[in-house]
Design a protein around this ligand. Structure first.
Ligand code: ADP
Ligand code: MG
Length: 691
């Protein structure tokens, strides 16, 4: 048995061969996608705890975790908002609170008499000053030994304790040698794969702790490179699969783009023409298009999408356009109907709110092909919807759609004509390095030009102490026949409170602005209510619209030329940019006022400065990435699909160009390696970048 294990590749040795792994544990491991020894080794710690040294209490800082050692000087039940047990630990440099919300009487007694303890936990600012909630602690009799190395913490191991998992890792590491874990890609790292893996599970005492905590250790970089490459490969494999499918090959568009745009009432920008041509080229190929259109807010992505739909219709094919919300779908429906109906192209409308007889009719129009371009929400790909020669699927604001939904829609294509073409429009510009990595499965077109005649939005940043002056400005603007938005961003995290505050603000502004009709829209209203208010605003029945940041998505009211954002320091750059994009859509000069509450932190100040200085979405996205990191900026594929084990898109972005080259080379020369790498890093390859 032993000798057998010694010679086999670790990916072929099942976890059940480890000591202590019976059927029950094996089952749990399988649930985590861990089947073999290689899987255990690649289940890497997602952070480390530093329990190697005791920190003086006086050096404690909120937000950090550390070991403290000292005497328990008090231990009493307190009655604040919630009953809790509060003890104080004191050393020669200060004291810190230990707070327990769950505790027993016995625990209280024991802790009171514990004398000197050593504890570990996250420090935070609590009611009594710095506190640790539910620290781990032990009594210290004599000078007890500290941990010698950083303590690895493993990602969710449901039903398997950290200690148990560590023991499995230990056994797995004992089996690891240089030759039984395949080096699947050439790396210019100084570490071998085996060395890197061993290091990360078990950092030696002399490891550079700061480097490791920051994720910049060569061992982490070695693996991050491989992980990012594996991720790229998974997307490229999907893409290669897709390219094997057939799709309807469209003839060239009947009219030129010059006339096509004119039918909509304007001249296409150069960028729109270029991107439209790219789309038409794709759809002529007989393979499913998968193209992403990136463009700044207001750059006219929808127009390009509409032209693609016209083109499909000329070829006797249906188009489905999906938006993430009812509101946005309706906006698209109105726009597209305005543009397409005069050309004799019928539009259809389907969302969850279309019910009863109307729904039955709409479904019939779709299945009979009476509607050529159907606009809606995810309701479009429910089972009951049968298309009639679906040739093109357009997805707006892609990140809010799950991969499975996209898949469902693709299956709506008819067998005899092949898979539909797919066009995806993003809401937010994405920096190039990132989009290369996130969208390796798609072709990307960029609309880098705004339609002419837009006047740039001027942005001012001011403290909310000047709120009165801002309100006067709203009054003046509305008196001049213009409309305004007032966005309430709250300090409170809860949506309920946000909406409540928006209500309060709306009431207040109604009083202060007797000559202005004030409307309110927030996330807790029903879609019907929201649409009604939005329509009133659009038709000019309301002068001021008070809103929570829900209006972020695609609202288009050209007469609105003033945007006030309260507590703007709370919002990310991408969101601020989206919000600001709601004004400056008409010919009048537009303004955006970013109000903040003092004191303004350094990062917030930086962000607001960026907003004041630039209105270029791509530049703002780059800055956002620098200031904050990719996670929230993208909001994209966040649903677990872009979660990495060691890699971090922001930290490791300098690796991306080489990752891309490497992935291309592997696809070309070593296709077998590609599959092995993907299987090593991605537990559920089906979930990634599916189309
Ligand atoms: P987004 O890229 O944000 O989706 P839209 O497609 O909604 O932008 O276009 C924003 C606004 O600009 C719409 O009112 C649209 O009618 C208008 N528009 C788009 N393209 C042009 C153009 N070439 N000339 C003039 N107006 C345009
Ligand atoms: Mg849009």
């Amino acid at each position: 048995m032993r000798s057998d294990l010694d010679t086999r590749d670790l990916s072929s040795i099942r976890v059940s061969s480890l000591k202590g792994v019976g059927p029950a544990l094996e089952e749990k491991l399988h649930k985590l996608g861990i089947r073999n020894i290689q899987d255990i080794l690649f289940h890497l710690p997602f952070r480390y705890e530093d329990r190697t040294r005791v920190l003086p209490v006086g050096a404690a800082r909120a937000g950090e975790s550390a070991v403290f050692e000292g005497e328990i000087i008090a231990c009493d039940v307190t009655y604040g908002r919630r009953r809790s047990l509060l003890a104080y630990l004191q050393d020669t440099t200060g004291r810190i609170g230990l707070r327990f919300y769950h505790f027993s009487r016995a625990q209280q007694q024991n802790l009171k008499q514990a004398g000197t303890i050593r504890c570990y936990g996250d420090v935070r600012a609590g009611a009594s000053g710095l506190e640790i909630y539910h620290p781990e602690y032990v009594r210290v009799e004599a000078a007890a030994a500290m941990e010698e190395t950083l303590t690895p913490v493993y990602p969710a191991t449901e039903g398997i304790s950290q200690i148990r998992f560590r023991s499995l890792v230990e056994q797995a590491i004992a089996l690891l040698r240089g030759d039984n874990l395949a080096e699947l890609l050439v790396s210019n790292s100084t570490m071998t794969l085996a060395q890197a893996i061993r290091f990360l599970h078990n950092p030696p005492p002399d490891a550079d702790i700061d480097l490791l905590m920051a994720g910049n250790h060569p061992a982490q970089q070695r693996l991050a490179f491989e992980e990012l490459t594996a991720h790229q490969l998974s997307l490229r494999i999907v893409r290669a699969e897709l390219q094997k499918l057939t799709a309807p090959a469209l003839s060239r568009p009947a009219g030129s783009y010059e006339t096509a745009g004119r039918a909509f009432g304007f001249e296409l920008t150069h960028a729109q023409k270029r991107v439209s041509r790219e789309v038409a080229d794709d759809m002529a190929k007989g393979q499913p298009m998968l193209r992403l259109i990136q463009g700044d807010v207001g750059s006219g992505k929808t127009v390009v999408a509409a032209l693609a739909a016209v083109h499909a219709q000329e070829n006797g094919l249906q188009t489905a356009l999906m938006a993430p919300t009812e509101l946005l779908a309706e906006q698209h429906f109105l726009n597209l109907s305005n543009w397409l109906n005069p050309l004799g192209i019928n539009t259809g409308w389907l969302t969850g709110r279309v019910t009863g007889k109307k729904r039955a009719e709409e479904l019939e129009r779709i299945s009979k092909g009476d509607a050529a371009v159907i606009i809606g929400t995810h309701a479009l790909f429910q089972k009951e919807v049968t298309f009639n020669r679906l040739g093109l699927v357009i997805i707006d604001e892609q990140h809010r759609f799950g991969v499975h939904q996209r898949l469902a829609l693709r299956e709506k294509g008819a067998d005899d004509i092949g898979a539909p073409h797919q066009l995806v429009m993003t809401a937010t510009p994405i920096p190039r390095t990132l989009s290369m990595s996130m969208y390796a499965d798609m072709d990307v077109s960029i609309i880098d030009e705004l339609p002419p005649g837009r006047t740039p939005v001027t942005t001012t940043v001011m403290s909310d102490e000047k709120r009165d002056a801002v309100i006067t400005r709203v009054a003046e603007s509305c008196a001049a026949g213009k409309q305004a938005y007032w966005v309430c961003t709250l300090i409170e995290e809860s949506e309920a409170l946000q909406c409540q505050a928006a209500e309060v603000t709306a009431t207040e502004l109604t009083e202060l602005l007797p000559d202005v009709k004030v409307g309110l829209v927030h996330g807790r209203m029903t879609p019907r209510e929201k649409t009604r208010v939005m329509n009133d605003f659009k038709e000019g029945k309301l002068g001021l619209l008070v809103a929570t940041p829900v209006i972020e998505v695609g609202v288009d009211v050209p007469n609105a030329s003033l945007m006030i954002i309260e507590n703007a320091e709370r919002l990310g750059l991408a969101q601020l940019h989206q919000l600001r994009g709601r004004v400056g859509r008409g010919s009048a000069a537009s303004h955006c006022v970013l109000m903040y509450r003092k004191p303004l932190g350094q990062l917030s100040r930086q962000r607001l400065d960026v907003m004041r200085q630039s209105s270029d979405g791509f530049l703002i996205a780059e800055k956002d990435l620098e200031i904050r990191g990719p996670g929230e900026l993208l909001g994209i594929r966040q649903s677990g699909e872009m979660q990495f084990r060691v890699a971090d898109l922001l930290r490791d972005q300098d690796l991306l160009p080489r990752v891309r080259e490497t992935a291309l080379a592997i696809m070309r020369d070593r296709r077998d390696q590609a599959d092995l790498l993907v299987r090593r890093w991605i537990r559920d390859p089906e979930k990634i970048g599916n189309v």
